[in-house]
Design a protein around this ligand. Structure first.
Ligand SMILES: Cc1cc2nc3c(=O)[nH]c(=O)nc-3n(C[C@H](O)[C@H](O)[C@H](O)COP(=O)(O)O)c2cc1C
Length: 311
């Protein structure tokens, strides 16, 4: 018998979010989904997560926006996106035709904007949940500025939760001493789930030009280089909160997914791996299922937190 991969990432909520499997793209690494939908059947995924959307359309940061790093990459995209109105009018109607829930990643400049965007997305057909990006390291306002402050993170969560019946997932930054207190504060304000982690702040130097490679100097490191950091944060948060944790950071194989689930994640996101291997999401799903079959695990929920659950 095939193992059961189904998980619920918003249990007990008005709109719970049961996924056919625990694997979804990481925001910003899957665009709006259409490009990938031309190459494979995206209904095989647990969910789709959109690029971060802001109140107004954005051009993003000057080039270059990416740099290669050992075992990963550094990016400073700056939330280039079409804006929330176009997301609702042009993208959501397409998503209604897909047999996969779509989670919209939103990035407010202010706490109030997170509330306003949640209100705008509430009840829009084709949108199953909202992910608050309070952790983008590459913008001047909002993003990490909110996400590094426990009080502001809590206020952004509250502003969103009170304006929508959709499950609100809050995406946490690793660029703090104590991510657990951020997660706890967001849970207390009604977050349905916590996503951990966004990128880790980093820098690359161009020795010929004797200056940083990226025009804004700092960028966000992603890929296998950050997997141990993400695992540690997921492990710590999962033991501290009672809502599901979505693990993100360096996932590229079924084995990686198993590790995140055992660390306490209920689901995983796959980001940078999709750039080198556009099939990475499918490989993760197939690898997870194969691992479960080989190890006699009938239900993926039995893996969640296995590394710290008492026998
Ligand atoms: C090119 C690029 C763009 C990204 N854009 C967003 C975004 O719009 N919103 C967001 O919350 N995270 C964004 N991220 C962060 C990813 O969603 C993810 O948290 C991070 O890359 C770690 O996962 P990974 O190691 O699997 O890539 C972006 C990452 C990359 C590499």
């Amino acid at each position: 018998m095939r193992p059961s991969l189904s998980v619920d990432i918003a249990p007990g909520r008005k709109n719970s979010l049961v996924l056919k499997n625990p694997v979804m793209p990481a925001s910003g690494c899957f665009s709006w989904g259409q490009e990938f939908a031309r190459h494979f059947d995206i209904s095989a995924l647990g969910a789709v997560v959109s690029k971060g959307v802001t109140m107004a359309p954005r051009q993003g940061n000057p080039q270059p926006r990416v740099a290669e790093t050992p075992a990963g990459m550094l990016n400073s995209i700056g939330l280039q996106n079409i804006g929330i109105d176009a997301c609702i009018s042009d993208m959501a109607p397409i998503w209604t035709r897909w047999d996969v829930p779509v989670i919209v990643n939103v990035a407010g400049d202010t706490v109030e904007e997170f509330g306003e965007m949640a209100r705008m997305l509430d009840g829009v057909p084709g949108i199953a949940a909202i992910e608050l990006n309070i952790s983008c390291p590459n913008v001047d306002m909002g993003g990490i500025e909110i996400g590094q402050d426990v009080g502001a993170s809590a206020r952004a969560t509250r502003a969103a939760v009170r304006n929508t019946d959709l499950p609100v997932i809050v995406k946490i930054t690793p660029n703090v001493t104590d991510p657990v207190s951020l997660a706890r504060a967001c849970e207390a304000e009604g977050a349905a789930a916590i996503c951990a982690i966004n990128t880790v702040l980093g820098l690359a130097i161009d020795v010929r030009r004797q200056r940083p490679v990226l025009p804004r100097a700092r960028g966000g490191v992603s890929g296998p280089a950050i997997k141990p950091i993400a695992l540690r944060i997921v492990y710590d948060i999962a033991r501290a909160v009672n809502v599901p944790v979505i693990g993100c950071g360096g996932v590229g194989s079924g084995q990686d997914a198993v590790e995140f689930l055992m660390a306490g994640a209920t689901a995983v996101q796959v980001g940078t791996a999709t750039f080198a291997n556009p099939r990475a999401l499918l490989d993760v799903i197939e690898g997870l299922e194969a691992w479960m079959s080989a190890n006699g695990v009938a239900d993926v929920n039995d893996l969640i937190g296995a590394s710290f659950r008492s026998a």
